[in-house]
Ligand binder design. Structure first.
Ligand SMILES: Cc1ncc(COP(=O)(O)O)c(C=O)c1O
Length: 414
């Protein structure tokens, strides 16, 4: 039995929680009793306000109001309400966000539109460790537009930039390691060679401060089902810098991106502003759930979210070092400025480790080939959860539960 320093005891964890400016936010979520949920970086927890809102939209607005609800229930303004809530979390100013498609579709629209703004340039730079969908979309876009894809060195993406580059497409926080790029510095580096940048904010929005406007960012896309808790498959947001909106030519020009959708004109004239990123009918049920979910951020300072996130991840790393330092390699950056809101541990049998933990009521996830990944959603994860999770991890390792035969076959969704 290791004697832990007083800063790493369960009482110390409870004391940190009692001092947190975010204490009490957890009560805004429905979480199964006794579960330690460290997978909010995959699917955020359910905010309590969502079920009643969805029931009302379905039962009353759709069931009773029918078609009239597009006007009477404000369905047409719903996307705008949602973007107004997301704006402060990512440093958008309210007229530069669109929400409505999946992340993947949004990435496609953004990448095509960005490349069209840099005619004559042939290269899209992508980081090889990026989330697969980003790489697949970049490949599809380059084939479609007759361009070339160039992989960059994750340690120095700017080294791949030159005057041939139309677009640098990066994920801000790496989904495997939790390592975070310097968004402002890389945006400036791309601008110095005349290239544009698109940022994938899936693992940042709601957990890491991002100021797109201050960084003079060009484009960003982010999902809303992780730290923004919008529910499975909730629609993604897209950011387009106001200075680029006037010339924007996105590839799925549908009627909802038309300047006057109900004029039903034969020819397409794009809406002014970011609304031209829209394509089809807004997903009202999903947007309603997301709108209600975002209420958990009302009155929350992004700086407090970041402070809580770093405190949780620091605490987790310190406990793992103290109790399991010989067993796991901490893959995530130890330097706080380079760390998102997750910590990844490397172990040969990471799949079994994660499954055994789930059996014990601690939910993280596995990422191939050898990563056990733990996300710390600062609005509902507490230091005491971190303490309890590491205690369970110690037991999983000492009892070798990860080696159970049941864990030799992997589930398709891990
Ligand atoms: C960085 C990143 N981009 C994109 C996606 C997924 O895209 P979509 O929402 O279209 O499934 C994920 C999903 O985890 C992700 O982590």
């Amino acid at each position: 039995m290791v004697t832990l320093p007083t800063t790493l005891t369960r009482d110390a964890a409870l004391a940190l929680d009692a001092q947190s400016p975010l204490r009490g936010r957890r009560d805004l979520f429905t979480l199964p009793e006794g579960l330690v949920y460290l997978d909010g970086n995959s699917l955020g927890a359910l905010p309590r306000s969502v079920p009643a809102r969805v029931a009302r939209v379905v039962g009353e607005e759709w069931g009773q109001g029918l078609i009239g609800s597009w006007n009477q229930a404000g369905w047409m303004e719903l996307a705008g309400r949602v973007t107004a809530r997301i704006g402060p979390l990512v440093g958008a100013r309210g007229v530069d966000l669109h929400v409505g498609d999946s992340t993947t579709v949004s990435l496609f629209k953004v990448m095509v539109a960005a490349c069209r703004l840099r005619p004559g340039r042939e290269v899209v730079v992508v980081e090889p460790g990026t989330f697969p969908t980003d790489g697949y979309v970049a490949d599809a876009v380059t084939r479609l537009l007759g361009l070339r894809q160039r992989w960059c060195d994750p340690a120095d993406p700017a080294a791949a930039l030159d005057e041939d580059v139309a677009l640098l497409a990066l994920t801000h926080v790496d989904f495997r390691t939790g390592a975070m790029f310097d968004l402002e510095a890389l945006t400036a580096a791309a601008h110095r060679v005349g290239a544009l940048v698109s940022w994938d904010l899936c693992h940042s929005a709601g957990a890491v401060p991002v100021d797109l406007a201050a960084a003079d960012a060009d484009f960003a896309v982010g999902c809303t089902y992780k730290y923004l808790n919008g529910g499975p498959g909730s629609p993604a947001f897209v950011y387009v810098a106001p200075r680029l909106q006037g010339d924007l030519d996105q590839p799925i020009s549908g009627w909802m991106g038309h300047a006057d959708p109900f004029a039903m004109e034969r020819g397409f004239s794009p809406a002014s502003g970011v609304r031209r990123m829209a394509s089809g009918t807004p997903p009202v049920l999903a947007l309603s759930a997301l709108d209600a979910a975002l209420e958990v951020f009302d009155g929350v300072e992004v700086a407090d979210v970041r402070a809580a996130s770093l405190s949780l991840t620091d605490y987790f790393i310190a406990l793992v070092d103290a109790r399991l330092g010989e067993v796991f390699e901490v893959v995530s950056p130890r330097e706080p400025a380079r760390r998102g809101s997750q910590v990844s541990l490397r172990h040969e049998q990471a799949y079994g480790v994660v499954q055994a933990l789930i059996e014990r009521g601690v939910v993280g996830d596995f990422r191939t080939p050898d990563i056990a990944r733990f996300g710390f959603a600062p609005l509902y994860v507490r230091h005491v959860d971190v303490y309890d999770a590491v205690q369970q991890l110690v037991e999983v390792m000492s009892l070798e539960e990860y080696a159970r035969p049941a864990y030799s076959t992997r589930n398709p969704v891990t």
